[in-house]
Design a binder for this molecule. Structure first.
Ligand code: NAG
Ligand code: NAG
Ligand code: NAG
Length: 292
């Protein structure tokens, strides 16, 4: 009878313990996941259509993919650039970089646009090749420069998917204004470097430009240093709780079995703290009887 009670209590215990242990694993955001996230983005737009239950979802849910953050595919370090963006703020966060010999100063957003909506951005038609009409949407522009006349030229639409190229954390902006050849569109490569020393949140430096078309910047920031993910912290706490509970379980069941089998006790007397409680209550009784 009591053995079956023990077994049921053990199984209840393990059911209780198993539930919080469903730790949501995060995925490594290597290139394959980036492709998957693009796919899921395009399928999100199709969600407004009536659901099609016949087609099973092939990719795992990408709900853990936060914009502007990335897991290093090899070290599994977590990198979050969100604090450098306007994603969680109402204000527009813009970074500037001096052009030096390029004679134009740059304004950049990280994972977001440095421009307010509906600001005119020059698409830069200057070639003999007839181009399809192009209208740049300032809410999508990720970085721009201003020329002497005050016109703004886009050097790429922002992206909020950082990519690791080996050890280098990068962000690529594409589809800016037309390049001088009238065919290509200006694009920008941001390379992030972990820097725990600098006082600003980030320091953006213009490194160079190729063919007046492709721009390269270095961003030194503490946000490019790996951090532990919140989920990981929670996992550590759960593991600690589990070890504590396991120790308690071993202590109580060990004492229980010892008293039951070795001391051959039955009922309440097989609880490990029974003897202790007994002593305490008898000591209290003694005190009470002494003082009375
Ligand atoms: C770029 O910024 C520097 C310093 O802020 C300023 O002196 C210079 O005139 C600016 N250049 C342009 C093209 O706006
Ligand atoms: C500009 O882009 C934003 C964000 O993608 C979009 O919501 C808005 O409708 C676009 N505006 C125009 C005029 O296309
Ligand atoms: C850039 O524009 C082209 C043509 O409009 C489009 O096919 C391509 O996907 C765009 N690239 C990005 C990164 O948005």
């Amino acid at each position: 009878m009591q053995l079956t009670q023990l077994i049921t209590s053990i199984s209840i215990f393990s059911v209780i313990m198993a539930e919080p242990f469903v730790i949501k694993r995060s995925f490594d955001y290597g290139t394959s996941d980036i492709i998957a996230s693009f796919k899921s983005k395009s399928s999100n737009t199709a969600i407004q259509d009536p659901p099609q239950p016949d087609i099973p979802l092939e990719e795992p849910p990408i709900s853990t993919l936060l914009p502007c953050s990335v897991h290093h595919p090899l070290t599994n370090g977590f990198y979050d650039l969100t604090d450098l963006s306007s994603i969680n703020t109402e204000n527009i966060v813009a970074w500037s970089a001096k052009g030096h010999d390029y004679n134009k100063n740059f304004t950049l957003g990280i994972c977001s646009s440095p421009l307010k909506p509906n600001i005119e951005v020059d698409p830069n038609y200057q070639s003999l090749v007839k181009q399809p009409s192009l209208k740049l949407n300032s809410s999508e522009v990720g970085a721009f420069y201003t020329d002497e006349a005050g016109d703004k030229f886009s050097i790429g639409d922002f992206s909020s998917i950082p990519v690791f190229r080996g050890k280098k954390l990068t962000l690529t902006y594409e589809n800016g204004s037309y390049c001088p050849n009238g065919l290509d569109r200006k694009s920008t490569l941001l390379s992030f470097t972990c820097d725990k020393e600098i006082l600003q949140k980030a320091q953006v430096s213009f490194v160079g430009v190729l063919h007046d078309c492709d721009y390269f910047f270095e961003v030194r920031t503490v946000h490019a240093c790996p951090t532990a993910r919140q989920d990981d912290n929670r996992a550590v706490i759960w593991i600690f709780v589990f070890i504590l509970l396991a120790a308690l379980f071993v202590y109580s069941s060990g004492g229980f079995l010892y008293k039951r089998i070795i001391l051959n006790r039955r009922g309440w007397r097989q609880l490990p703290s029974y003897g202790l409680g007994n002593k305490v209550s008898s000591a209290l009784n003694n005190n009470v009887s002494n003082s009375v």
